[in-house]
Structure formats: C-alpha cells, structure tokens
Design a protein around this ligand. Structure first.
Ligand code: NDP
Length: 244
C-alpha cells in the first residue's frame, strides 16, 4: 500500500507527458495536487478530470524560468492546502542539436528550464520543508544524466547537473527525502522542442522506436513518494526493456 493519500504534491510541467501522467496516477492514490505549466488550458482540462473523480487539483500558470512565478506556485500551494509534502520538478525541454551548429539560444533555454527551473523549485520548497521538518523533492532527470549521447551535449549537461544538485541536496538535508528519476525513452511531446526537422525525424525514427508509456514513469514516481517517511528512494532508472 503506497503512502500517498492526502499528501500535498506540486508538479511542474503537468500539462503533458510524464507530468500529466504523474498527476493522474497520484490523484488516483488520493494526493491533493497543484499543477503548474505555461499551457493552462491543458492544466484546466486535467484538473477537471481529476475533480470529476473526486480529487483536488489547483491550477497555476507557471514558467519555471521565472523565479517569482515558481515562488508563487509554492506559496499558493501552501496557502490552499496548508503544507507542501512533495515537489516534483518535472518541467524540461530537449532541443537536441550538434554543438557545431551553435544553437546558443537553445543551449540557454535548456540551462534555464532544466537546471535553473529545478533550482528555483528547490529554493521555493526548501524553507517550507525545513520548517515542516519533512518533505520530499523529486527531480526528473534522464538516462542522459548518466551517459552522454551525440547531439545531446547540452541536454546531457543539464541532466548531469540535476543528478549532482539532487545528491548534494540529499546529503545536506536529512530532514527530507530527495529522489532522482532517470527515464529512458518515453512517449511524450519532448522531441517537439527539436528545431531541426531532419534531426527531429532521425531522433523520432531511429532512437525513439521503443517507447515507455508516460504512466510507467508516473508509477516509478508514485513508488518513491509512497514509501514510508524513513525510506528515501534516492534514484530510479527506468528504461524500455529493448533500449540499449
Ligand atoms: P513533454 O514535452 O511532454 O512535457 C514537458 C513539460 O514541461 C510540459 O508540461 C511543459 O509545459 C513543461 N515545460 C517546458 N518548459 C517549461 C517552462 N519554461 N515552464 C514550465 N513548464 C515548462 O515531455 P516529457 O513529459 O517527456 O518531459 C518531462 C520531463 O521528463 C523532462 O524533464 C524531460 O527532460 C524528462 N525526460 C523525458 C524523457 C522522454 O523520453 N520523454 C526521457 C528522460 C527524461 P508547458 O509547455 O505547458 O509549459
């Protein structure tokens, strides 16, 4: 039996893919949710589904590259539900390219969303969790945070950073739990951020043939959150069986 019922859980990037599947899975286990992303019409539709099944879901417009918006997301979650048990830092982008193509704007976007967005989430949630003497931060990294792939230098760098800062946070914060989730290839809208159409086609056709459903990652996140409070699942790597 997973220990999730009535937990207050904020999820960034809940408008599609892994974030959306995680919201649905955690709602099924009785969590009270705060859903953040830029596409609020998607969040409203998701929240309506959750409420129709008797669940609680707060919708918040959120750009994780804006520290003030991340702070407001956490503040509104605490104001609505009275506490924050879990923050799932899931929002991410993956505009893959070769370094020689010098898509510096896209490098910056990966740094801003995948690293700074996670840091802003930690900065907003940590004081709340410290005051509660309890909490859990789940950071969605990637197998690209453990191995480097061609065309993915900056994406991998951003996900290596997520692993590093998660481990540092864990070591320094014995009052709370920290989990890194490292998915392999998962069905979602993630390759939509690849701007080179030839590269996008190649990635979709060659590297992303065997895809996990997003709910496979949602179940891994629910497993980590649902353990007893004295059990911290530090890292879960979840790949399609056929992925090398
Ligand atoms: P999707 O593209 O389906 O979802 C990405 C989510 O991030 C969307 O909800 C999007 O919401 C949100 N997002 C992007 N930029 C911002 C921003 N600036 N502010 C707030 N939210 C933002 O992809 P996935 O579900 O696959 O991605 C989720 C996470 O999983 C990412 O961190 C990704 O790196 C990681 N991952 C995915 C893998 C895969 O194969 N799919 C493999 C390994 C890791 P919106 O646009 O509405 O703001």
């Amino acid at each position: 039996m997973l220990n999730i019922r009535d937990k207050v859980i904020a999820i960034t990037g809940a408008s599609s893919g892994i974030g959306e599947a995680t919201a649905l899975r955690l709602a099924e286990h009785g969590a009270r949710l705060a859903l953040g992303a830029r596409r609020t019409e998607r969040l409203e539709a998701l929240a309506a589904r959750i409420r129709d099944c008797g669940g609680d879901a707060l919708v918040q417009p959120l750009d994780v590259t804006r520290r003030d918006q991340v702070e407001r997301f956490i503040d509104n979650t605490v104001a609505t539900y009275g506490r924050l048990d879990v923050l799932v830092n899931n929002a991410g982008v993956m505009p893959l390219s070769r370094m020689v193509d010098l898509k510096v704007d896209e490098w910056e976007r990966m740094v801003d969303v995948n690293i700074k967005g996670v840091l802003y989430g930690i900065a907003a949630a940590l004081p709340v969790m410290q005051a509660q003497h309890a909490g859990h931060i789940v950071n969605v990294s990637s197998v690209a945070g453990r191995h480097v792939f061609p065309t993915a230098a900056v994406y991998c760098a951003s996900k290596f950073a997520v692993h590093a800062l998660s481990e540092g946070l864990r070591q320094e914060s014995p009052f709370m739990r920290v989990t890194v989730i490292a998915p392999g290839a998962v069905e979602s809208e993630l390759t939509g951020t690849i701007s080179d159409p030839v590269m996008k086609k190649e990635v979709d056709e060659v590297f992303r043939r065997d895809l996990l459903p997003a709910d496979a990652i949602a179940r891994a996140i629910a497993y980590a959150i649902g353990q007893p409070d004295d059990v911290d699942v530090n890292e879960l790597v979840v790949r399609p069986t056929a992925q090398a």
